[in-house]
Ligand binder design. Structure first.
Ligand SMILES: [Zn+2]
Ligand SMILES: [Zn+2]
Length: 251
């Protein structure tokens, strides 16, 4: 495919006048071809052959001719029929029919003309202005693989800082709310904690057992004292006395 390389500011004008220029090229070529072929064959056959060649050249070669620009920052070569994403905030759609809608023309979906293109060469990514008013809004970007485009250029560092600060505030608010809720939850959980089933000994101390239960518990406590004071007779007797006192209080 034939490509012409143009200045970044004149690329749009070149694209718009592309059809007229192509027509002139084809017409001049056609006339020269007819003149040449007629010296070799019947004029009618020469006309038909020249017409066929002119058709192919006009519709299949020149109409698809891409215009290229050179990045003023990295000197990278950029074909304007690279698939691109519209920079209009209300559109942001991908433009894939780039023979008819290159980024130097306008968006196929919303009709907006990009005022700039973000260089897609690695290590560059700078803005290439397509008109001398140097507007960074409506900046076209390359469609990256997976349908995602390159991030839009940073236009306003102060605005970015505000966005970051707002995010930090939101995060702090979230943490504060969470801490308050956790505290409330803890309080509720404490209130709802089931009353633990008390052991028989605790119940005996708090006077909740009946006679049989007291006798059983006395036996068990004495058995425990036998083990605990196996080699301490006075200790064992003292513990027996305490147990009996406790049991007596219960009755
Ligand atoms: Zn560049
Ligand atoms: Zn658009």
């Amino acid at each position: 495919m034939i490509t012409i390389t143009s200045n970044q500011y004149t690329a749009r004008a070149w694209f718009k006048s592309r059809k007229s220029i192509n027509l002139v090229i084809v017409f001049v070529g056609f006339a020269a071809l007819v003149f040449f072929l007629q010296t070799l064959m019947y004029p009618l056959i020469a006309d038909v052959i020249a017409l066929g060649i002119a058709y192919i050249v006009f519709f299949h070669i020149l109409a698809k001719r891409a215009i290229a620009i050179t990045c003023p920052h990295c000197n990278g070569y950029i074909e304007t029929n690279t698939p691109w994403r519209c920079g209009n905030p209300n559109c942001q759609q991908n433009n894939e029919r780039v023979d008819d809608f290159p980024f130097v023309y306008h968006c196929e979906h919303c009709g907006v003309e990009p005022k700039a293109y973000q260089c897609h060469h690695n290590q560059c990514g700078k803005i290439i202005f397509l008109s001398k008013d140097k507007l960074t809004t409506l900046c076209a970007t390359l469609i990256r693989s997976g349908g995602k485009s390159a991030p839009p250029p940073r236009k306003n560092p102060a605005a970015d800082k505000i966005v970051q600060e707002n995010e930090a505030i939101r995060e702090t608010e979230y943490k504060l709310r969470k801490a308050k809720l956790d505290l409330e939850l803890k309080g509720i959980a404490e209130k709802l904690e089931p009353i633990k089933v008390k052991s028989k000994r605790e119940r005996m101390r708090t006077g909740l057992l009946n006679r049989t239960e007291i006798d059983d518990e006395v036996k068990r406590m004495k058995a425990d004292a036998d083990k605990e004071f196996a080699n301490d007779e006075p200790g064992r007797l003292q513990r027996y006395k305490d147990i009996e006192d406790l049991a007596r209080e219960e009755l």
